[in-house]
Design a protein. Structure first.
Length: 323
């Protein structure tokens, strides 16, 4: 008997009949083929169907993990923007950039705790990710984000460079202020503290255009044994600088000490406000703000798009490895 040509349409009929309960032999007799051939085609179709099923399941899992990966990257991107938005005038000028980023990334990782717990990560009793875990995983995600978005990486590195320059120039201005106070016979420790306050005031006035501060003397409730004589028990007062934005205590001591410090403060303020002293820090500040805008633009676009461009080793699935 000549071998019968079998195609997909005939095989589909066999599968349909087999599902209805017909045996391989009965189907073979009906179509004039060996029952073993019928069995082979039906089993092969079943295996291919099962393979398609598990491939579909795998794709669904890949899509889920990829979506979670993107969401974690968006959290990290938001943390990068938060760091870039930090006020450079009040931030500790000696704070290292890596430490700065670690704090922002650590906070972002705590916001992804639910996803990571589902993947087996254990939380502390406070319901947070262990600090060392958050730092390590966060750093890997930051590296992944920068691999996805090389232009964001360039913008962030430019921001870091200008931030470092600004803080260096700000520290130099603080050193000038400290020396001016010391030349006016102000105690070293006092000069150190006041220099931070006065530079903050000068920069806010000359760079941000805030209104100048005024001085005010308030009664103090501080009980300082080092400044009180047991016989006189002089009342302590505070020198405060204030404007609409708020106020800052500059110095606490006797009325005579506060009055002297107030006069010295005004003299040093005038000297620091000279354009030649302010220009270098003002110039780098404006450059820094442009860098902030660049980082903001890339992160805003990334968040609004809902996913980063490109790919990284953390998001490569089997299908993309084969490309």
């Amino acid at each position: 008997m000549a071998r019968k040509k079998i195609d997909d349409q005939m095989a589909a009929q066999w599968i349909h009949l087999h599902k209805k309960g017909e045996s391989y032999r009965s189907i073979g007799r009906e179509f004039g083929v060996n029952y073993r051939t019928v069995k082979s085609w039906i089993q092969r179709a079943g295996e291919e169907k099962e393979k398609e099923h598990w491939e579909a399941v795998s794709q669904q899992i890949d899509a889920k993990y990829l979506d979670e990966h993107y969401r974690m990257l968006l959290k990290i991107a938001a943390a990068v923007l938060d760091v870039a938005h930090s006020d450079p005038i009040v931030t500790n000028p000696e704070l290292a950039i890596p430490v700065f980023f670690d704090m922002g990334i650590r906070s972002a990782m705590q916001k992804t705790a639910k996803v990571l717990v589902e993947r087996g990560l254990e939380l502390t009793y406070e319901g947070e990710i262990e600090v060392h875990e958050a730092d390590r995983l966060g750093r890997r995600l930051l590296d992944a984000l920068m691999e996805h978005e090389p232009l964001l990486k360039t913008a962030t590195e430019a921001w870091e460079s200008d931030w470092t320059k600004f803080q260096k120039t700000r520290l130099e201005l603080m050193e000038v202020a400290k020396n001016l106070f010391k030349n006016a016979k102000v105690d070293d420790a006092v000069a150190e503290g006041i220099s931070i306050i006065i530079v903050d005031e000068v920069l806010r006035n000359k760079i941000l255009g805030e209104e100048p501060c005024s001085s005010r003397v308030n009664a103090s409730d501080r009980d300082d044994e080092q400044t009180r004589d047991k016989r006189t028990r002089d009342k302590l007062v505070q020198l405060t600088r204030y404007n609409k934005r708020g106020e800052m205590t500059v110095y606490t001591g006797s009325m005579q000490e506060v009055e002297a410090t107030s006069k010295t403060y005004e003299k040093v303020l005038l000297q620091l406000s000279h354009e030649e002293r302010i220009y270098p820090v003002k110039d780098i500040y404006h450059s820094l703000m442009k860098r902030v805008e660049e980082v903001e633009d890339y992160v805003d676009r990334l968040i609004l798009m809902g996913r980063p461009q490109g790919q990284c080793p953390l998001c490569l699935n089997q299908s993309t490895r084969l490309l």
